[in-house]
Design a protein around this ligand. Structure first.
Ligand SMILES: [Ca+2]
Ligand SMILES: [Ca+2]
Length: 186
């Protein structure tokens, strides 16, 4: 997996029916995110169930757009919102990650060199390197967490909207409803 391939996984499809704002959230247990769900089709109003996140508010706008404000748990990387419409459940993964220090070369800033070190320096199965969620394994979750932190810092540094940094409209192979799907373990 290259840094480019990992960054591509965070590309946001502007046409998706679900939009997360901000596109990537570093979950500190305080910050909220807003999920906008366009016009869920169903006879009854949808219900929402949250995983690793608390519901802050739920509103329906006049154009049948549902706005879910959620507070992800501190350190969560696998939070999601499941929408139940009639008999169908649609799980919408949230693009959240724990905040971690990714200045791996201790240069005082985060740049491509840190990404290179992260990708190269995997350690062994007994002594994994850069095990960011500290689960004792170096795998796709760590790749996801690193990339999320990298993109958030990159965005702050450039003060540009995320859409200007990552390719927009990248086709997603998976059946998730929007960008931000996690890389699969091989
Ligand atoms: Ca650095
Ligand atoms: Ca890990």
């Amino acid at each position: 997996m290259t840094s480019k391939a990992l960054i591509q996984l965070f590309a946001v499809d502007e046409k998706a029916t679900v939009k997360q704002d901000p596109p990537i959230l570093l979950a500190d247990g305080k910050a909220n995110l807003k999920l906008t769900v366009r016009n869920p089709q169903g006879k009854h109003a949808p219900n929402f169930a949250l995983k690793k996140a608390k519901l802050v508010s739920l509103k329906v706008a006049s154009n049948s757009t549902w706005v879910v404000v959620a507070k992800p748990e501190k350190g969560a990387y696998d939070a999601s919102v499941t929408m139940l419409v009639d008999d169908t459940a649609v799980e919408m993964p949230l693009t959240v990650a724990p905040k971690v220090d990714i200045d791996l070369d201790k240069s005082g800033k985060v740049d491509d060199n840190d990404f290179k070190i992260f990708l190269k320096d995997r350690g062994s199965s007994k002594a994994p390197k850069h095990d960011l969620d500290k689960d004792g394994r170096r795998n796709h979750i760590d790749d996801y967490i690193f990339t999320a932190n990298f993109l958030v810092l990159d965005q702050i540094a450039n003060e540009k909207p995320m859409a200007g940094k990552v390719p927009v409209g990248t086709k997603q192979k998976s059946d998730t409803v929007r960008g931000g799907s996690k890389p699969q373990e091989k």
